[in-house]
Design a protein around this ligand. Structure first.
Ligand code: ATP
Ligand code: MG
Length: 210
């Protein structure tokens, strides 16, 4: 069965979606910044659901510096478990090579068709890099974008080219990053309340980031 068929099967058992959010990321590990951003986008845009898409191989990072997908995926599943509006998709895990958002959105378009509004949710830092994204012009025609404010990144720097496709979402500043979580574990600092408890326990049990 192809990945698309598997996704379709998963989707067809649920209510028809007309507005979905896609939250792509490395999730190394998933933290409350990701979860809060996704939930806020869901509420404000009245999304039917948000699908978290952990990437296999980030195109902007050396893959040997990223934690094994098996762990990133498990932590993502655990973190979203108690939110009925959140899902995880393994669409990028099942595709070999670098994970490009364009390929992912194309696959979701095939699954959901054009009747569904697709919003790709990012933080300000990620959207500010949009010019370097693979096949950016084509991508901008395939979905809309939501960029959440993130301390240290100024979305006002963007030119007007994006005004039709981008919605800026002001959120309470969360100076939280996976980089900081990894640093904290390595330096025996607390990560309680920055990641969910299940994720924190998983990190310690599996000795990640030490
Ligand atoms: P790293 O520090 O390793 O880059 P990260 O915290 O940026 O990790 P990613 O997996 O790279 O997490 O990010 C996935 C998406 O979540 C990106 O679009 C990113 O901008 C967004 N994001 C991450 N943290 C926050 C935050 N604190 N506030 C808003 N958006 C965030
Ligand atoms: Mg990042």
């Amino acid at each position: 069965m192809s990945n698309n068929q598997k996704e379709l099967q998963k989707t067809s058992s649920r209510k028809e979606s007309n507005k979905i959010g896609i939250m792509g990321g490395v999730f190394d590990p998933i933290h409350i910044g990701h979860l809060f951003t996704a939930e806020e986008a869901r509420m404000r845009l009245n999304l039917d659901k948000v699908i978290f898409v952990p990437c296999l191989q980030p195109s902007h990072k050396r893959s040997d510096l990223v934690t094994d997908i098996k762990h990133r995926l498990k932590m993502t599943y655990m973190a979203i478990e108690d939110n009925p509006f959140f899902e995880v998709s393994e669409i990028e895990v099942n595709r070999s090579g670098p994970s490009y958002t364009i390929d992912t959105i194309k696959e979701f378009r095939e699954i959901y068709g054009w009747e569904t509004d697709i919003f790709f949710i990012t933080g300000a830092d990620a959207f500010l890099e949009i010019d370097s994204w693979y096949k950016k012009d084509e991508l901008l025609k395939l979905c809309k974008f939501v960029a959440a404010t993130r301390p240290g990144y100024d979305l006002n720097k963007l030119n007007n080219n994006f005004k039709d496709v981008l919605q800026i979402m002001e959120i309470p500043a969360l100076a939280i990053s996976s980089t900081d979580v990894r640093y904290r574990v390595k330096n025996s600092l607390s990560i309680k309340y920055i990641v969910l408890d299940v994720v924190r326990k998983y990190i310690y049990v599996n000795k990640l980031y030490f």
